[in-house]
Design a protein around this ligand. Structure first.
Ligand code: SF4
Ligand code: SF4
Length: 92
């Protein structure tokens, strides 16, 4: 699972499970606000993974989550966990 990205308020987290993703690009094509883009990163099955490129645009509509045929997208609502906060601390 990718570390995921949060919206500005930190209330919404999107994660892409790289082990499940088959690189079909449905999420990229369907997202109404262009949150995803194709990356150059391959998963272990050889599929190019999408990345969250414009998280600030995400409205939380969950279309990507609903339409991903591999159920590889996980959207979580809620504030940052202690684990995330400590990870952020190490990044700074
Ligand atoms: S819709 Fe799902 S399987 Fe397709 S590229 Fe997006 S995350 Fe991967
Ligand atoms: S929840 Fe909606 S706006 Fe956010 S990334 Fe998914 S499809 Fe795009």
């Amino acid at each position: 699972m990718s570390p995921g990205q949060r919206n500005k308020k930190g209330t919404l987290l999107i994660e892409i499970n790289s082990n499940l993703c088959k690189g079909c690009d449905i999420c990229i094509e369907l997202c109404p606000t262009d949150v995803f883009k194709k990356s150059e990163k391959l998963n272990r099955m050889g599929y190019y993974l999408p990345v969250v490129a414009n998280m600030k645009n995400c409205t939380g509509c969950r279309l990507c989550d609903l339409m991903c045929p591999e159920m590889a997208i996980v959207i979580t609502e809620g504030q940052k966990t202690d684990k995330e906060k400590s990870r952020q601390g190490h990044d700074n």
